[in-house]
Design a protein around this ligand. Structure first.
Ligand code: PNS
Length: 170
């Protein structure tokens, strides 16, 4: 009998983009269970709270029954072990992603040799896309409907409307 594959797809997802969704959707064709896991990173100041990101990802993946959404702190491999995962999924967009991703994969391999990193090439149409790019466009009021799910686009415009109108910020 084939081994059941449980994958953790870790990241910041601040916010989730169509590039992330492309990777999640394609990972669903390969794995029995996929946990999209948001790192709670005390060294970063994210635009969206963990709860906002959990909700955004749950909504964006609600049509994919294998997908669970969670958050974690600490090492990715510790979390993956806790979930009995045998795979870590990471997307590769461009060559420049590769250097850091390979280093991370090798590091994780030394920490948890039983867990494999599986790289999926992001589809060409999203190879330029990152959460930072989306935030940059949204900050200046540019169109982002082709880059993120509708709910995320709305949430981004609300965030930046609140930021640009200090009277609305407590
Ligand atoms: O979406 P991101 O910011 O590229 O995701 C990076 C992430 C969360 C996958 C990476 O920073 C990570 O795994 N952090 C947890 C700490 C850890 O396990 N470090 C060891 C591997 S370098």
């Amino acid at each position: 009998m084939a081994k059941k594959l449980t994958a953790v797809y870790p990241g910041s997802f601040d916010p989730i983009t169509f590039g992330h969704l492309d990777i999640i959707t394609r990972a669903c064709q390969l794995c029995d269970r996929i946990i999209v896991a948001i790192l709670v990173n005390p060294h970063k100041s994210p635009l969206f709270s963990i709860n906002e990101r959990l909700e955004q990802i749950r909504h964006a993946t609600r049509h994919l029954p294998q997908v669970e959404v969670d958050s974690f702190s600490g090492l990715t491999v510790t979390y993956a072990r806790m979930q009995n995962a045998n795979l870590l999924i990471r997307g590769l967009r461009v060559i420049s992603d590769f250097e850091m991703e390979l280093q991370m994969a090798h590091t994780n391999k030394t920490l948890a040799p039983e867990i494999q990193t599986l790289f999926l090439a992001t589809s060409n149409e999203y190879s330029f896309l990152s959460s930072s790019v989306v935030k940059e466009i949204a900050r200046f009021g540019g169109p982002i409907d082709h880059l993120v799910p509708a709910e995320v686009a709305i949430a981004l415009s609300q965030k930046f409307a609140a930021h640009s109108n200090p009277a609305l910020c407590p």
